[in-house]
Design a protein around this ligand. Structure first.
Ligand code: GUN
Length: 287
């Protein structure tokens, strides 16, 4: 049976580190870091993620404000709000929760955020720094995954990391992070048009599933002894639950855990790590 990588426990370590650093800052007379969160529309999953980010910020002594807007807000209004946050010296980090309503151009909004406040690491300048290996903000979910591997003592150097999913939030930035000097993995990125996906996945020493499809990764895609990282957070109907659904990952957990050496659960795996890195980034922004 695979060893369970406990994202809750590992993220608590990081949150404690951020909390200590924030306390040290305030002891030297500096104000608390401040994170501005913009939430547009009614997507229940987005609302839930934003709530988690705000709660975690408060717990470590980071001030945060969640600004919520109706889905009918215009693109120009959103760009105005971002410009005000860019100019406001009391704001250290700006996070616009994605996805945005269809009439708002996501890339335009991301482009408007000052790179100095881009705690999501979504701005092209931040992404560029990541690709060429310069210091800057860390992409939250990918950096959360790397922290998990490091803190679990999993070797990455020379290992074959297969990433399923090519999103701008996870697949692409994770590929770049895993390639970085010091992490040194060999990286393959698969996606919906990949031929022989199962065959490629089976070659992975570290297999990362980030496609947003429940139970996509089946037993035949896992090499015995592989480390399996499940980024998926999918809501599936479940009448036996009070809220009417349960969360499942992209991996068939029961099957994969009979083969993997290590595996992350959903929930309680990658999700909490993402929030922990966001807190690290907000602290960095304040510095
Ligand atoms: N939507 C899904 N994941 C994220 C994230 O990490 N940041 C933002 N801003 N939106 C998201």
């Amino acid at each position: 049976m695979a060893h369970l990588i406990d994202g809750k426990m590992l993220s608590a370590q990081i949150r404690d580190e951020v909390k200590a650093a924030v306390a040290l800052r305030s002891a030297s007379g500096k104000r608390a870091p401040y994170l501005a969160v913009v939430l547009i529309g009614e997507d229940p999953a987005s609302a839930s993620y934003v709530k988690g980010k705000a709660k975690a910020s408060t717990e470590v002594g980071i001030d945060s404000d969640t600004m919520t807007y109706d889905a009918s807000i215009s693109e120009a209004e959103v760009l105005d709000i971002i410009e005000r946050l860019n100019q406001d010296e009391s704001v250290d980090g700006i996070l616009v929760q994605l996805p945005l309503p269809a009439h708002i151009d996501e890339q335009k909004v991301i482009h408007a955020i000052s790179p100095a406040k881009d705690v999501d690491c979504f701005h092209p300048e931040s992404v560029g720094n990541l690709v060429i290996g310069l210091d800057g903000f860390q992409p939250a979910t990918p950096a959360g995954i790397v922290e998990m591997l490091k803190r679990t003592g999993i070797e990455t150097s020379g290992k074959h990391c297969v990433i399923i999913g090519r999103s701008n939030i996870v697949g692409k930035p994770l590929a770049n992070l895993m390639l970085k000097k010091g992490i040194d993995a060999t990286v393959t990125v698969c996606h919906s048009r990949t031929s022989n996906l199962a065959e490629i996945a089976r070659q992975a020493d570290i297999l990362v599933a980030a496609i947003g499809r429940p139970n996509f990764v089946t037993k035949d895609m896992v090499k015995p002894g592989a480390v399996v990282i499940d980024v998926g957070i999918n809501r599936v109907d479940d009448e036996s639950r009070e809220r009417g659904y349960r969360l499942v990952g992209d991996v068939d957990f029961e099957a994969a855990s009979t083969l993997a050496s290590h595996i992350t659960p959903v929930p309680g795996g990658v999700g909490p790590m993402t929030i922990a890195v966001l807190l690290q980034n907000t602290l960095k922004a304040a510095k």
